[in-house]
Design a protein around this ligand. Structure first.
Ligand code: GCV
Length: 679
């Protein structure tokens, strides 16, 4: 009976409509080639290396064009783990320095094919921008994910190593297809248990799968592990007993996982333990671990995300902590710095630590998971945000010292360069909660591979691989994606406003937020400083003087209210409500228009998407459509909450030509979302 119904459905509806399209395939929708095609071309290799065999297999399965020869040339060190592809209509030759380079080349070719690019006359050379291209999972051992909005963790620790979910390999393949070659498996708020022998064995089973795709595993470690797990008196980095504990633990890990990557450490930050608990410095702590890893070529990624409740501006604290330690870190330590000085806000100026450290390795940490951008409910394409930071000129080594060039080895040669991002991946069938969240995972990988790619190009690649190669679909969707991050900035925090989120879960607006006895640096008023005079955080020399951490001429630009770009105005200045903006409007009016623009822009996104019905499978169409409805309602919520609240200080009318508020401020203040935040 069932069979009959299915046949009937297939007859009535075109195949694409009834086909289950749940997003689980990500951008990997290569079409298997027919026997005939396969018969007429050859894929040849000269090695039994498992990664090369995999590269061959992918091409055998999906490459529908001319013959290909894949070879490793150990002399071509300059290629790193990149590749060269040359060829004509009859034959393609792929050369790499590393076996994994051939796998990346295979995915490159498959991407060209999937996006209908010409492959008849190829002359391609790709060398990745960064050596380590790493995802940071904030996954806990109980499978909750800190700031994760796509379900539980992929890692089923209770089943490992006995049961291997097929998703581990699918995950590895997706990463390899965009050049990601490293993953930190667990939350930076790390459980010491991850280092127990039992977990090391579980980790091995993941590492064995990932290795086939050129991916190394790393662990976040808890600085108190020696005391908690090993029973040492303390975890003082200068205590010989502690040093020995780490040495032995590292040895144990490498015995089981010979290509283990290293440790990521959040120390003395937001309540996590660290070397300062014993009067030692971040350098003492990092170096002790670096020494333990050195013999195995392991790396320490030591986070600079540190701040304490004090009278000092939070935005200044990482710089103050780390700049005096410059030069004190071992060469296998990389200081991992969040893109902005506060915390992954919809928009922040670049972190002044970039380039301020002259003699220490630095890397950027981005956040793909949308902790501060509407979770998995809002569509926000983040390549423009990533590029905004990477392309920021710090002037550290003169003009042109962009964050990208400071961290990719161009200006500051490093043993190993790296770039990280906090993953947005979970157990959800579509991996990222929102179908368009996949684009941010993809975009991070592509930019880590080549930070010179444009956001547009990456969007186009992703859309055509994920949805459709039809320009009638690609063009409007690309346009919608390109504006989406600015849209979120507009309805959440325009003009440099930041951190006015609801307490703890960071979903909705709470500019009025206050918790009795709570940390001031976790309260919105700490950041917006609204009063009868105006709005914004004075970080000039009259205020916290955070601008002094930037170099000239950036310092002058950010520090001068006339020169400061609108997008950072309220980040650096306390601006009078009636201040005349570059547009000629008062600051208050400008603020109102920005919030309103945000709302209108989400509505326009809905219109774009609704028009595309029928050009995309129904399941993904409806799921995205419904998320856009949520985003639209949330945008109005943000606009009303912020404007009605700030109006209590500005005492000015909301310009009459924009949409009127639909909420009462007092009602909005009562909203308390019960979103659990798992540490
Ligand atoms: C992992 C922010 C987040 C925390 C996160 C922290 C960090 O404060 O809200 O959940 O903790 O950043 O990056 O360490």
């Amino acid at each position: 009976m069932m069979k009959v119904i299915i046949l009937l459905l297939l007859f009535i509806f075109p195949y694409s409509i009834v086909r289950a399209e749940d997003g689980s395939k990500l951008w990997l929708r290569y079409v298997s080639v027919s026997k005939d095609v396969a018969h007429n071309r050859s894929i040849s290799i000269h090695s039994k290396d498992p990664i090369i065999l995999l590269a061959k297999q992918e091409l055998v399965n999906f490459w529908g064009k001319q013959s290909i020869e894949l070879a490793v040339d150990r002399k071509l060190t300059y290629l790193k783990d990149g590749f060269k592809i040359t060829g004509n209509l009859n034959r393609i030759k792929v050369i790499a320095h590393e076996p994994v380079g051939l796998l990346y080349a295979a995915y490159h070719l498959l991407q060209l094919q999937a996006t209908n690019q010409p492959v008849s006359n190829l002359n391609i050379e790709e060398i990745p921008s960064f050596d380590i291209r790493i995802l940071n999972h904030w996954d806990n051992l109980d499978r909750t994910v800190e700031r994760g909005y796509a379900g539980y963790s992929l890692w089923k620790w209770d089943e490992l190593p006995g049961v291997i979910s097929p998703r581990y390999e699918e995950y590895a393949r997706a990463n390899a297809s965009i050049g990601i070659n490293a993953v930190v498996i667990n939350n930076v708020n790390a459980s010491p248990q991850i280092l127990s022998s039992q977990y090391v064995i579980k980790l091995k089973s993941l590492a064995d799968i990932f290795r086939r795709y050129g991916i190394k595993v790393y662990l976040s470690v808890n600085f108190s592990s020696p005391k908690i797990l090993g029973g040492t008196k303390d975890s003082d980095p200068l205590n010989p007993e502690v040093i020995l504990w780490w040495k032995n633990k590292v040895k144990e890990i490498y015995q089981v996982i010979p290509d283990f990557g290293g440790f990521l450490v959040k120390a003395n930050s937001e309540g996590q333990p660290g070397p300062q608990d014993y009067g030692r410095t971040h350098a003492d702590g990092a170096n002790m671990l670096a020494d333990a890893l050195k013999a195995y070529h392991g790396v320490i990624m030591w986070r600079a995300f540190v701040y304490n409740p004090s009278s000092e501006d939070r935005a200044k604290q990482a710089y103050q902590e780390f700049v005096p330690l410059d030069g004190a870190f071992r060469d296998n330590v990389i200081i991992q710095i969040k893109n902005g000085p506060i915390d992954f806000q919809p928009r922040e100026p670049f972190n002044p630590l970039f380039g301020a450290l002259q003699k220490s390795n630095e890397m950027v940490e981005f956040q793909i998971t949308q902790e501060y951008l509407g979770f998995a409910n809002h569509l926000a394409y983040l390549a423009p945000l990533f590029k905004e930071t990477l392309d920021s000129d710090t002037y550290a080594d003169g003009k042109g010292s962009t964050v990208a060039k400071l961290t990719d080895g161009t200006l500051r040669p490093a043993r190993k360069t790296a770039i990280a991002a906090v993953a947005n991946i979970g157990e959800d069938i579509n991996w990222t909660g929102h179908h368009f969240g996949q684009a941010n995972w993809f975009a991070f990988g592509r930019l880590a591979w080549n930070h010179e790619l444009s956001s547009e190009q990456i969007a186009e690649e992703w859309i055509s691989m994920t949805f459709s190669t039809d320009n009638k679909f690609i063009d409007p969707v690309k346009k919608m994606m390109m504006g989406s991050r600015e849209t979120v900035v507009n309805y959440m925090m325009p003009l440099g406003l930041h951190h006015i989120f609801a307490f703890d879960h960071h979903y909705g607006p709470e500019p009025w937020g206050d918790q009795e006895g709570g940390r001031p640096d976790w309260m919105p008023w700490y950041y917006h400083h609204a009063d009868t005079v105006g709005l914004g955080f004075d970080r000039t020399s009259n205020g916290s003087n955070a601008i002094s951490q930037y170099r000239p001429p950036i310092q002058e630009v950010f520090g001068d209210i006339q020169l400061c770009p609108d997008q950072y105005l309220l980040w650096f200045h306390h601006v009078p409500w009636s201040y005349t903006m570059k547009s000629g409007r008062s600051m208050w009016d400008e603020l109102c228009y920005k919030y309103d623009a945000g709302v209108q822009q989400v509505r326009a996104m809905q219109q774009v998407w609704d028009r595309l019905e029928g050009q995309v499978d129904q399941q993904r169409f409806v799921e995205v459509q419904s998320k856009l409805k949520i985003q639209s309602r949330d945008a109005v919520w943000w606009k009303d909450a912020c404007l009605l609240y700030f109006q209590t200080f500005s005492k000015k009318p909301i310009p009459y030509d924009i949409e009127r508020p639909v909420h009462e401020l007092e009602d909005l203040k009562k909203i308390k979302l019960m979103i659990k935040h798992h540490n």
